[in-house]
Design a protein around this ligand. Structure first.
Ligand SMILES: [Zn+2]
Length: 106
């Protein structure tokens, strides 16, 4: 009754490289080939697209995180540079004087 079975072969991970015919009952025929609910090419395509979309979304999330980390690192490097070059105390002094001027104008 091979004709009542799916046309695909199943490869159990780590067990066999030859595999065995899929034992699931046929649910659909596409281009003359019989497929089960698992191996139906239309179902497989939808499943692959869903998986790909999930991976793409995860990848975009990771990329955004890496970008944020990169920006944070650059900001830290800049801050460090400013501290080492003593730009920060001067900037602080400038700001403090501006605030004082603002207060004196009142
Ligand atoms: Zn199958």
């Amino acid at each position: 009754m091979a004709t009542d079975r799916c046309c695909k072969r199943v490869y159990d991970s780590g067990r066999s490289i030859i595999g065995h015919p899929c034992q699931l009952p046929v649910t659909v025929t596409r281009n003359g080939e019989k497929y089960c609910r698992v191996h139906d090419p239309v179902v497989v395509e939808v499943r692959d697209k869903k998986r790909q979309a999930k991976w793409d979304a995860e990848w975009r999330k990771k990329e955004a995180k890496w970008k944020r980390e990169e920006v944070a690192m650059k900001a830290l490097e800049l801050l460090e540079k400013m501290v080492y070059q003593s730009v920060l105390p001067q900037a602080w002094d400038k700001m403090a004087k501006a605030v004082l001027r603002g207060l004196q104008k009142r």
